[in-house]
Design a protein around this ligand. Sequence first.
Ligand code: KDG
Ligand code: MG
Length: 404
Amino acid sequence: MRIDSAEVIVTSPGRNYVTLKLTTDTGVTGLGDATLNGRELAVVSYLRDHVCPQLIGKDASRITDIWEYLYKGAYWRRGPVTMTAIAGVDCALWDILGKATGRPVHELLGGAVRDGVLVYGHANGQTIDDVLADVGRYLEAGYRAIRVQASVPGLDSTYGIHHDGTGHTYEPADARYPTENVWDSAAYLRFAPELMAAVRAEHGYDFHLLHDVHHRLTPREAARLGKSLEPFDMFWIEDATPAEDQTAFELIRAHTVTPLAVGEVFNSIWDCRHLISNRLVDYIRCSVSHTGGITHLRKIFDLAALYGVRTGSHGAGDLSPVSFAAALQLDLAVPNFGIQEYMGHLSPAEEVFKTAYRFEDGYMKPGDRPGLGVEIDEEAAARYAYEPKSLPVNRLRDGTIHDW
Ligand code: KDG
Ligand code: MG
């Protein structure tokens, strides 16, 4: 079963997605997501110009060998562009193996160790009242875990707030060039406990409550936030400080028992090793698409299992349904699964990607189609041309660039 063709499909059904499609000489096709939000074309070039030509003729069933070949063979290692491209290849190969053997990928990974994948949805709003109503809608829909974000009073724009109320889109990547937001950590730190207190007062404690800080605090501020949120029994606070400053987590840990999650900007096991092996985080949140695919993310999850760290994979809407399906296959198979982000996709994406997964009573079921369980309609994909877009940039009130 040799790889006969490797095609990169770029489409924008609501937002930009890069999909790698591999076809074997036996006629089996496999899909992998290779989307890197705001930097999509860098991965397209990496794949088209460097990786795809090297794949032709290779044995598609030698997934680990191809992974090692692309990782070690490039000499230049890691980094989001490289690891997203490798992820696209890796997931497409798992998809092929599944289809060739007639099995869903989770069965090839050792089989399901749970019946469904606990997912968290995104409730948010401009005001606390809007947020309370949104949390109510998620609970009504059957969610057992909800991430909560609200506009910080006094700021024009805050991370994580939907623009159009559909529940499926939010501020990233809405302009050709980055929009500039103003950030104020002091205002946020005053507001966040008030927000979580209101959510618990209105809706009680019988569901998991999550919150994304999106890399904005200093270690001391993050420690204070964690402490101030302890009464509200958070499932986690995510990305409390910029993730590359790993010793920061020692300070946060020393002051709070609020669980910590990190990892969406990581792209290899080397980014995770210190935090995991020193038990500085409770959840590792890497995505299958930015961390070298199923093969490499499985290694990260297995390392995490040794230290009692659970998984909490990134599943933002800027990762395609192919990525989400791959994440579900892995989530189902690893013993130390924690939770999976589920932001959903805009409706045009449903025309392009035909998925088998379904939401049921707070859990996601991947279905039992062979492979990852997603097909692409290439005619539909061609109707949605690529639109250059960027993530926003943050500045403090005095104009200093800050983490977004
Ligand atoms: O492209 C960036 C987004 O994926 C990110 O801002 C979303 O932080 C995010 C999350 O947790 O979903
Ligand atoms: Mg996040």
